[in-house]
Design a protein around this ligand. Structure first.
Ligand code: F0G
Length: 457
């Protein structure tokens, strides 16, 4: 893949610094071998997440100045609500400060102890809120989503037989909704096809089960549908996005991804009674239903970001930048998840560090090695992220033990991607020397990956 020239130029810059190897060793040790606990100024290229880390446009910064900070009925809320309605199509829009806040409100509204919530693979915060409300998560993604080497266009698809079996087993009335992510983060940013979504819709309609979309990266999913799915190539990304939403009953959104917001999110639904319940909870947990934990300026910047998110030269540049990095790494033989998703390159840590046993967390070990090598910060997406089983208390070892090199939107250049590729390739060359991993010294009870500490073995 050639790296396409960006459809923008740089108006403002932020300095970053490459530290010495000595500084990095000391910093990583002080951070308990968890790159998430590093001071950010000691990170050179920060690929920890694409969430809230994108560069806002000049128009978004101008929108910040236009933010209406009225406590109630802010003009900025109305612009925000109109943008969500226009681009996603749901009539009732409830602002929330970020994606997990929307998940919190939704899960509290719909999930009761004993409920079962099927999803196309788990996401950390999404499952956490389902479980906190007494729900049991069921993975209904196609089996191949768990295989990093199978190259299929829509590895985020639902296995309809798995969903049907679950409905038969527990009964439709015990399934408050089907949770569908587009794209599937933990599988490598894999999209779901429109055809599969329509099939899930057909099946769930027959049983009266709603579908809730996790829309954090739905624009990227729409781009892949346009690129890969027969019948959709002639449609605009905006039209594909609207059609995806049309097949669902509501969505939770982290506007920190597709919409280029530094902070923001929403819950949007079709059912007015559910919207009413959600508004009642939002005033308890987030703020008034016309700001939901966001400042007026954030509502305004998000509304502008939503409009920019479906611009096709912008989304093309993003996806191809990720593909460029992936191609350089793959060309050197290093193992990555196939196909390459929209927001990140995922390294297959078990294949990358075959000498490190699963119980010593090879993905966590690799995040440390990448930081030490070139000051690059990336994310563990393996057993540490998966946490413990709430019933048995045992570590969950998901089939995928990955390291995610997550690319912030509009923030880094091709030269930065080359620095990252060079470092990954260098480490892959040294993999024989890395034979021991890490063990926990501190393990938080929930979402442990964010704040856990380790010691090298
Ligand atoms: N759903 C998906 C698919 C996500 O990737 C995230 C966040 C959320 C929900 C929660 O949204 O962070 O705004 O509360 N993902 C970030 C990441 C944290 O790094 O993948 P949030």
């Amino acid at each position: 893949v050639r790296h396409p020239a960006e459809p923008w130029r740089i108006k403002s810059i932020e300095s970053i610094r490459l530290t010495s190897a000595e500084e990095r060793r000391a910093a990583l040790s002080a951070a308990g071998y968890n790159v998430g606990l590093l001071p950010a100024e000691l990170v050179y290229i920060d690929l920890y997440t694409d969430s809230g880390t994108g560069a806002m446009s000049d128009r978004q910064w101008a929108a910040v100045m236009l933010g209406d900070e009225s406590y109630a009925g802010s003009r900025s809320f109305h612009r925000f609500e109109a943008a969500v309605r226009d681009y996603y199509g749901y009539p009732h829009v409830i602002p929330a400060h970020q994606g997990r806040a929307a998940e919190h409100i939704l899960s509290r509204c719909l999930i009761r102890p004993g409920h079962h919530v099927p999803g196309n693979m788990y996401f950390t915060t999404t499952r956490e809120h389902q479980e906190l409300n007494g729900g049991v998560f069921h993975d209904i993604v196609i089996d191949t989503a768990h295989d990093p080497d199978v190259d299929l266009p829509f590895k985020g698809n639902v296995d309809l037989a798995k969903l049907e079996r679950l409905i038969d087993e527990v009964g439709a009335e015990q399934i408050p909704y089907v949770s569908l992510a587009a794209t599937v983060n933990m599988a490598g940013g894999q999209p779901i096809s429109m055809a599969n979504l329509a099939e899930v819709r057909e099946l769930t309609c027959r049983h009266g089960i709603p579908i809730i979309l996790d829309a954090a990266r739905a624009v990227e999913n729409a781009w892949f549908i346009k690129q890969r799915e027969p019948g959709w190539t002639e449609h605009s990304v905006a039209a594909v996005l609207r059609e995806m939403c049309e097949l669902t009953d509501g969505a939770t959104m982290s506007a920190k991804k597709d919409s280029f917001a530094n902070i923001g999110g929403w819950l949007a639904v079709r059912d007015p009674a559910l919207a009413e319940r959600a508004r009642n909870l939002v005033v308890v947990y987030e703020g008034l239903h016309t700001y939901g934990g966001m400042a007026g300026r954030d509502l305004e910047a998000t509304a502008q970001g939503i409009e920019e998110s479906v611009q096709e030269d912008s989304i093309r540049t993003r996806v191809q930048q990720v593909a460029y990095l992936a191609d350089r790494i793959a060309a050197a033989g290093a193992p990555i998840v196939r196909p390459v998703g929209g927001h990140a390159v995922f390294l297959n840590a078990t294949a990358f560090l075959p000498g490190v046993p699963r119980e010593q967390f090879p993905a966590q070990t690799l995040t440390c090695a990448l930081y030490l090598d070139a000051g690059i910060r990336c994310t563990e997406r393996g057993a540490v992220s998966a946490g413990r089983d709430p019933v048995t208390g045992e570590n969950r070892y998901p089939p995928l033990e990955l390291v995610r090199l997550t690319i912030p939107r509009r923030a880094y250049t091709q030269s930065h991607m080359d620095v990252v590729a060079d470092s990954v390739i260098r480490l892959y060359g040294q993999r024989g020397e890395l034979r021991s991993g890490v063990e926990f010294t501190h393990e938080p009870e929930t979402l442990r990956f964010f704040q856990s500490r380790f010691r090298p073995l």
